[in-house]
Ligand binder design. Structure first.
Ligand code: CU
Length: 169
């Protein structure tokens, strides 16, 4: 194999390793501006090994505020407040939320759905926040998308979704 081909093979290998896993349960944005109120979507492109999705539980990074989930017909929506967090007063104020759950629905493996959240990002840019997502499926199957890389570029079976907080434009 000549040098040029070797370099090409290495570059290809590296890009496969670094590419985020699009075919998993992910968010629709990998970067979010700081100090902003935003809509984000949890994207569910398949079930658990072919079984239909019956529930989505999202572990909310503690750095986020203003979390308000969007109800979805056919799914029971619940939130779990962060421990000890007081409900702030004032316009559009919400108590910090540590988990949001849509349950009791049925999303066949062949179909796609999005679960929507309104959030408020941290005032300062720089952090990488991880969204852990638990996917409940028919037949008691569960996929926990909660793994975090121990080093950059590490390939994970069920990664938590990383979101970088970038400077507000
Ligand atoms: Cu996948």
């Amino acid at each position: 194999m000549n040098l040029r081909t070797k370099r090409l093979a290495l570059a290809l290998g590296a890009s496969l390793l670094a590419a985020p896993a699009f075919a998993h349960v992910t968010l629709d944005q990998a970067e979010l501006p700081a100090d902003s109120f935003l809509r984000i979507a949890i994207r569910v492109p398949h079930g658990c090994d072919g079984a239909a999705t019956t529930g989505i539980r999202v572990q909310i990074p503690p750095e986020l505020r203003g979390v308000k989930p969007m109800p979805l017909a056919g799914w029971t929506l619940t939130t779990v407040a962060a421990a000890g967090a007081a409900a702030p007063a004032g316009h559009d104020a919400t108590a910090p939320v540590k988990e949001v759950s849509w349950q009791g629905g049925n999303l066949p493996d062949a179909y796609y759905q999005e679960f929507i959240l309104r959030i408020q990002t941290p005032k300062e840019p720089g952090a990488t926040l991880y969204f852990g997502i638990v996917q409940d499926c028919e037949g008691g199957k569960v996929t926990r998308w909660i793994e975090r890389p121990s080093q950059p570029g590490e390939r994970l079976r069920a990664p938590a979704y990383p979101v970088r907080i970038v400077p507000k434009p």
